[in-house]
Design a protein around this ligand. Sequence first.
Ligand code: PLP
Length: 376
Amino acid sequence: MNFINFNNAGASLLEPSTKNDISNYLQLETNISGYYIEQKKKKVLDKFYFNAARLLSCKPEEISFLQSTTYGWNLFINSLTIKKNSNIVIFDNEYGSNYITLVNNNLNVRVSKLKENGEISFEDLKRKIDKHTVLVAVCHIASQCGNILDVEKLGRFIKKINANIIFLIDACQSAGHLKLNVKQNMCDALVCSGRKYLRGPRGTGLIFIKDSIQKKIIPKIIDTTKSKIIGRNLSIINSTNIFETFEYSPSLKIGLSKAIEKYNKLGHKEVEFKIKNLSKYFRKKMSSNPLVTIYENERLISGINTFSIKGKTSFDIYSFLQNKRIITSISSFQTSTHYFKKKNLKDIVRVSFHYFNKKKEVDYLVSSINNFTTKN
Ligand SMILES: Cc1ncc(COP(=O)(O)O)c(C=O)c1O
């Protein structure tokens, strides 16, 4: 039997055609010459921007191809000019590395508490935002909790208070999973990774930055493709795709482009429907086992489900399932310090479904968990 990948929120499976596009490009680099091939394949490479723009409903020039969400988040935060008395508001489901970026920059961070049911508390958020708030950041779906946050309502809420507050969405777990429309959710920047629900290759990601903001930013990492020295001063010569530099991996860019194109063709409705159905199916089947606690709110359901089993450690559950050839993952305290503190948990096991997973795979997962709970 093959492995079952229920760690799609970690890294999902590449489609064979995506893998072929990547290896075909690498074959050309192997046979001929990297720069020459890049010139010859310019049209195919540029398709990346059109596919990504269609994914997010933005302009191709507003996209930068990067290696990961963390990279995009860091670059964005580090490239903003933030005054000492300003503050940044995040939520208590924030991803650990994102929070580290803010701490590393000595920024004044306010943490808005989500409601016990996982929804945004707009009352609490209103108390956290004041005239010194320059940015509100949100994880659309957190790494360690699959509740979907209403980013469209959030965007409208923030912009109504102050249109100048920058709204940043971490769509690492929602890209390729849920509808993303930067006009409707009114975000100014959005970051995501390729390897998760988009089914792109590892080491890929992208950032959307709204035109008007892109024009004001001086990227923390910058080279001659975007700037030049005039006299003694640095001058930006190209503010499109602003976070890109000269060197990157064209083969991986082609891979991510293909994966996004496939997702765009399938459409978010079908993908979302299939994923959510698998989660509902899992929860229903699991509900007859009183030793299992699932942490998500069914009304906010996505493909990410986290659970614990009374009397068992996360590592033992994870290892037991891995021996059964079921791949899951463990989310631990550092994944989101605010979340784990609030829930008074050390770690939890995560299963994350994608549209290609089958109900019979979920049946096998459920029977394996049930077997494990009855073991001493
Ligand atoms: C919500 C969220 N944000 C950010 C990240 C970091 O993504 P990357 O490892 O691609 O930088 C993750 C990774 O799992 C995540 O789940």
